[in-house]
Write a protein that binds this ligand. Structure first.
Ligand SMILES: NC(=O)c1ccc[n+]([C@@H]2O[C@H](COP(=O)([O-])OP(=O)(O)OC[C@H]3O[C@@H](n4cnc5c(N)ncnc54)[C@H](O)[C@@H]3O)[C@@H](O)[C@H]2O)c1
Length: 444
């Protein structure tokens, strides 16, 4: 099998291999799954297209899928998160097809999406649903909805061929909150063509990855980008979901005064009872030194908020897409813009004289400016991903074209193995307790 690739430089492979193996040391559950896969080959004969952040941790996931017998093509799910040395090593050292280059423009990004479609996968994996949505647009012949790279590729086929093109897809896994939201919307519109497993919705994923992973790596990204002292700063976190909780608690741990903005009364109440200040973004805009959006929604920080900010405010996003900050409005309100006053820190000088610093062009700050989530937490997410893939393939033809949850046995396996790897043992219920816990007869 020849390995196809469009990566920055294959000569970067030795550095990438070191990173992959370093991360692997802290991914014991995924290693265990890889050993099982190597013996049982549950993915034999499967071609897989994976649209994920191309990082050292992802490299260990795709190695696991390969060990299970799959032939894997990996493309980036974000133009700024690709680690070029890791991409090179995956091609040179591990025989994975990789099409991903750090900083690729939109045309190249979608050229790589086309390569993943053209691979004719049986199983796909997404982080944000860009790959599945391209497949659905093509299958439905709605070529106005896709990037022109995808549309031009699809035009090589007749509408009937476009529909048939994805008939062999057994299913898809989705890694993140935003992707699951898009997939549920596809299901609601009746356009989903194959089953999808919402890996994000597994407790072994979002409770740990979104909270502890995004929490730590977002702060890591801001500090690497700016070298700012967090202690004593006013940090505004928009969104108090799983990611927001992690970011807020880590910022507080470093001595920041954290303000939460929310639209959900229950999440806002939880933030208040967790001891944070809660207020509308318009009020927070006047107070904050650092603004972090993690909502999965659009235009959280808008024109009027930028105008109200203090001179020197730092603004960034850790939600999936680069739409949480209304950057076009900031451009319009600016007298000048200086790119890269520090690496990937852009200074906007407003017409009112104040300066706003935007990190990583409003893209995921933890992946654009740092290395994403640490391997120990991706261990759980990716062990869940690999086992969900095995489940999906085993259930071939039995799951409906809908969004499905990860079976509880998989979650229990991942949590139990993770605890064991940490040297933690827990109690088991006595048979009496087990009976009591599901009975109704005992009262006051
Ligand atoms: N940076 C990363 O590596 C990473 C990792 C995991 C998830 N994500 C992404 O982060 C985003 C959030 O994920 P999550 O799991 O925390 O989701 P979540 O659904 O648990 O939380 C999102 C919160 O944002 C709030 N929100 C929505 N609109 C808002 C608005 N206008 N103002 C203030 N708050 C608002 C919601 O009420 C909700 O409480 C998603 O886009 C997800 O894909 C990023």
């Amino acid at each position: 099998m020849s390995v196809s690739s469009d990566v920055k430089d294959l000569k970067l492979a030795p550095g990438g291999k070191k990173r992959i193996l370093w991360a692997d040391q802290d991914m014991p559950v995924l290693r265990r799954v890889r050993d099982q896969f190597a013996k049982a080959k549950p993915l034999a004969g499967m071609k897989m297209s994976c649209c994920l952040h191309v990082t050292a941790e992802t490299a260990n996931l795709v190695r696991t899928l390969q060990a299970g017998g799959a032939e894997v093509m990996l493309i980036a799910s974000n133009p700024l998160s690709t680690q070029d040395d890791v991409a090179a090593s995956l091609v040179s050292d591990f025989g994975i097809h990789v099409n991903a280059i750090h900083g690729e423009d939109k045309d190249t990004y979608y050229k790589h999406v086309v390569s993943a479609l053209d691979f004719q996968p049986h199983v796909t994996m997404d982080d944000g649903a860009d790959l599945v949505s391209a497949m659905i647009f093509v299958a439905l012949d709605r070529l106005k909805g896709v990037h022109e790279q995808v549309a031009n590729w699809a035009k090589k086929f007749t509408p009937q061929q476009r529909k048939e093109r994805f008939a062999q897809v057994v299913g898809s896994m989705e890694e993140t909150t935003t992707g699951v939201i898009r997939l549920r919307a596809m299901e609601k519109d009746g356009v989903l063509q194959f089953p999808v497993i919402a890996v994000n919705d597994a407790a072994t994923k979002h409770m740990f990855d979104n909270r502890y992973g995004t929490g730590q790596s977002t702060i890591d990204g801001i500090i690497r980008a700016t070298n700012i002292l967090m202690a004593g700063r006013k940090v505004v976190v928009s969104g108090y979901g799983w990611c927001g909780k992690g970011v807020a608690s880590r910022a507080r741990g470093l001595g920041a005064q954290v303000i939460i903005t929310e639209v959900d009364p229950i999440a806002a109440l939880e933030a208040a009872m967790d001891g944070f200040s809660v207020m509308p973004i318009m009020e927070a805009a006047k107070l904050g030194d650092i603004f972090i959006t993690v909502t999965g929604n659009k235009h959280i920080v808008r024109r009027e908020h930028f105008l109200a900010m203090k001179d020197g405010a730092i603004v960034c996003n850790s939600g999936h897409f680069d739409v949480e900050l209304e950057l076009p409005a900031l451009e319009e309100e600016s007298a000048s813009k200086t790119l890269d006053v520090r690496n990937q820190v852009d200074e906007y000088k407003l017409k009112n004289g104040k300066r706003i610093f935007v990190l990583g062009q409003g893209r995921l700050v933890n992946l654009a400016m740092a290395e994403g989530h640490p391997p120990s937490v991706m261990d759980m997410s990716f062990a869940t991903q690999a086992l969900a893939t095995e489940y999906c393939v085993k259930q071939k033809g039995k799951l409906t074209a809908a969004v499905h949850t990860v079976p509880l046995e998989i979650e229990h396996f991942v949590a139990t193995e993770k605890l064991a790897s940490m040297g933690i043992h827990i109690d088991a219920m006595t048979s009496d307790q087990a009976k009591y816990s599901v009975s109704w007869e005992h009262g006051t």
